[in-house]
Design a protein around this ligand. Structure first.
Ligand code: NAG
Ligand code: NAG
Ligand code: NAG
Ligand code: NAG
Ligand code: NAG
Ligand code: NAG
Ligand code: NAG
Ligand code: NAG
Ligand code: NAG
Ligand code: NAG
Ligand code: NAG
Ligand code: NAG
Ligand code: CU
Length: 586
């Protein structure tokens, strides 16, 4: 792009914490994005279900694989080709600290992309972020299908050697369409989505749902004998917490969790929750006795079991074989393993970052989750819910406009268990080392549930989980002499089916060094629970740190729904480019 094309001149911002060049650029017809995703709503058949309206990316679910290299900047153009629905795209696991309007959260970081418009996302995975991620819509229930693999390649050799890679994108599907499910979840009384009708691997799957068989074709993972593969498991489900194993292949070596390389850890099975990712090394048999081995996947922590399959295929992939589920399960998968991989995973020695000690912790914030049934059934965190109806405009936009929501007050938050009651957010200051303790409690009606908690903005050191209430002294003793791995999605387990109303039973603890100013969500990754209020917003940094990145008038295109930063057939967007690193030629 030529300098003369810039609508506005380069601006230098001399802020204490950062000196960065931002510029407003016009993405006219001379602009070539690095990748394009086109999102449509189409009648689509999944597994055994009849055709129904489904949000697809480039015509498929999951959408196409995106591969980026760490340390570079990319522009990804996302088209909302749906005539009657909003859209955003979230880059799950990546920090959008460089480009704060590109995190893809409609109630938090940006107005959604209006129908028949597009938005250019600036994505800059930092060096050290190489690993397995995914992209998904953050609007309503769309992520059940509008999602796809996002792989960040190492800029140098990865620390492990392997002959090939296979993506195992785990999804699930429901009988209702998205709008019916969304309406039911906010209805009073609650109309539940139903359990997963099928568990999918790379978009295909069949098996059983509460004992009812579904004989649909399976995904084939084609391998050759005597080779080591990196299997990248992606928890792209809406609801399903999957336990899985592969027939005849009981040695899976975990080497990566949520984008962090780990020391090798051997396991015979995996538990993958919504939002989690693992890479495992799998060495195929030198000469296989069979050509077909089933991967079996089962839902856990639900009232009924949904079972699905995929196939590890040693046979010739050309022409492709068609595989169907077995008549009976081929394995007995373990029940939920509480604390699966907690305290077992440690950062690979080449990637360990400086880990703040217990003495460095400046503040502990307990986030107590609870299900309320007085009135509509909702999930609350420290007594507050956060649904798509709150706030009325994206939080970051409100902060810029200084209209509906003032900047969160640390004083009010400190006096109210960490959450500012006026602005509904959890503030934190840059430089703080916080511990976030997520505390499970018995629902109004006494039930307990399990929740995969996901953090936007930055990865945290995962300190583990346990029954009862968190005891920092006891847990720090348990952690002595080892460093936990940095993750972005970990499980809050349930330790009984029921307990008393409000009884504290089960915790998960994170340690986070607050370095990235911005407005970031922390939420359960079960889409149903999110829509029922199980989301929180954290504001990291003071007002000049959060808002100082983009001055007026450059910010204006972001502040209205369908503003100047959103393009369409006749309107070339004018958008802020945050990173200097992007070159059209790359
Ligand atoms: C998605 O489809 C568009 C055309 O419809 C194509 O240009 C683009 O390359 C596709 N994206 C990926 C990641 O394959
Ligand atoms: C999906 O099918 C319904 C019912 O047949 C039809 O009315 C609708 O136009 C179809 N939608 C699309 C996007 O093809
Ligand atoms: C899209 O989002 C805008 C802004 O929040 C909202 O006013 C509009 O109703 C939404 N449209 C749909 C179809 O959900
Ligand atoms: C599961 O199947 C059992 C036995 O057929 C039935 O009683 C129960 O209602 C089913 N549960 C659901 C959630 O469909
Ligand atoms: C499992 O695989 C790892 C790496 O592929 C290997 O080092 C280890 O020896 C294997 N363990 C067993 C019991 O086969
Ligand atoms: C599933 O369908 C295939 C193809 O029609 C058939 O060969 C197979 O026997 C069926 N499996 C079961 C368990 O019914
Ligand atoms: C799993 O746990 C359930 C409920 O506690 C129990 O009924 C079932 O027998 C267990 N299954 C296995 C395979 O241990
Ligand atoms: C959730 O919070 C919003 C925003 O304050 C509020 O309007 C709504 O009533 C709450 N929902 C319930 C069911 O309490
Ligand atoms: C559960 O406890 C809360 C807090 O004490 C109370 O407000 C609520 O009414 C109780 N729910 C039921 C169903 O008793
Ligand atoms: C916390 O754990 C420590 C060390 O195990 C123990 O001495 C202490 O009594 C525990 N505190 C509580 C409140 O249980
Ligand atoms: C968790 O603690 C409660 C209360 O002590 C106990 O009833 C329950 O059995 C424990 N759960 C597990 C899985 O240990
Ligand atoms: C395209 O965007 C421009 C500027 O936002 C707007 O005026 C125009 O109505 C849009 N066109 C369509 C077809 O939506
Ligand atoms: Cu949840």
């Amino acid at each position: 792009m030529h300098f003369s094309d810039f609508l506005s001149l380069l601006l230098l911002l001399a802020l204490e914490w950062n000196v960065e060049a931002i510029k407003l650029v016009c993405h006219d017809e001379t602009f070539v994005p690095d990748a394009v995703l086109r999102v449509t709503a189409e009648n689509h058949t999944t597994s055994c279900l009849p055709s129904k309206s489904t949000v697809l990316v480039n015509g498929t679910s999951p959408g196409p694989e995106l591969r980026l290299v760490e340390g570079r900047t990319y522009w990804i153009r996302v088209y909302n080709d749906m005539p009657a629905a909003n859209l955003t795209m979230h880059w799950h696991g990546l920090s959008m600290a460089v480009s704060p309007f590109a995190d893809g959260t409609p109630s938090t970081s940006q107005w959604p992309i209006p129908p028949m418009h597009f938005f250019d996302y600036e994505v800059s995975p930092a060096v050290g972020m190489a690993g397995t991620y995914f992209y998904h819509s953050h609007v309503g229930f769309q992520a059940v299908s509008a999602a796809g693999p996002l792989i960040i390649d190492d800029c140098e050799e990865p620390p492990y050697k392997y002959d090939g890679e296979k993506i195992v994108f785990i999804g699930d599907t429901f009988t209702g369409n998205d709008s019916t499910i969304e309406a039911g979840l906010v209805h009073n009384p609650l109309v539940w989505s139903g359990e997963a009708a099928a568990i999918l691997v790379n978009g295909q799957g069949g098996g059983t749902n509460n004992g009812t068989a579904c004989n649909a074709t399976l995904s084939s993972l084609d391998v050759e004998p005597g080779k080591t593969y990196r299997f990248r498991f992606i928890g792209g489900t809406a609801l399903t917490f999957a336990s899985l194993a592969i027939e005849g292949h009981s040695n899976l070596t975990v080497i990566e969790a949520d984008g962090s390389y780990t020391e090798p850890y051997n396991t015979s099975f995996l538990q993958v929750a919504a939002g989690q990712r693992y890479s495992v090394l799998l060495t195929t048999k030198p000469a296989s006795e069979q050509t077909k081995y089933f991967m079996q996947l089962e839902s856990r922590e639900r009232p009924t079991v949904t079972r699905g399959y995929a196939v590890l295929n040693y046979g010739t992939p050309d022409p492709p074989s068609t595989f169907y589920p077995p008549a009976q399960p081929v394995m007995t998968l373990p029940n939920t393993t509480l604390g699966f991989l907690d305290y077992d995973l440690h950062p690979h020695s080449m990637y360990g970052e400086e880990y703040p000690s217990a003495q460095d912790v400046t503040r502990t914030i307990t986030m107590t989750v609870h299900q309320r049934v007085t009135g509509p059934t909702i999930w609350v965190e420290n007594n507050y819910n956060w649904t798509e109806q709150f706030p009325q405009e994206p939080y970051l936009v409100s902060l810029y406009k200084n209209d509906g929501i003032e900047f969160p007050s640390m004083e009010r938050a400190l006096a109210n268990n960490g959450i500012d009651p006026v602005t509904r957010s959890f503030p934190a200051q840059i430089g703080e080392v916080i511990e976030i303790v997520i505390q499970n409690t018995g629902a109004d009606a006494g039930g307990l549930d399990a929740h995969p908690f996901h953090a936007h903005g930055a990865h945290y050191w995962d300190l583990g989980s346990g029954n009862g209430t968190y005891n920092a002294t006891a847990n720090n003793l348990k952690l002595t002499g080892s460093q936990p791995v940095k993750r972005d999605t970990t499980m809050l387990y349930r330790y009984a089916m029921t307990t008393g109303n409000g009884t504290r039973m089960g915790w998960r603890a994170w340690r986070l060094k607050v370095t990235e100013p911005g407005v970031w969500m922390i939420h359960c990754h079960i889409l149903q629970h999110m829509l029922m209020g199980m989301q929180t917003v954290w504001v990291m940094g003071n007002s000049s740190e959060v808002l100082g990145k983009v001055p007026t008038p450059e910010v204006e295109g972001y502040l209205t729904y369908g503003g100047d930063v959103y393009g369409n057939e006749t309107h070339a967007p004018n958008i802020v480019q945050f990173s200097d690193d992007w070159e059209e030629e790359q």
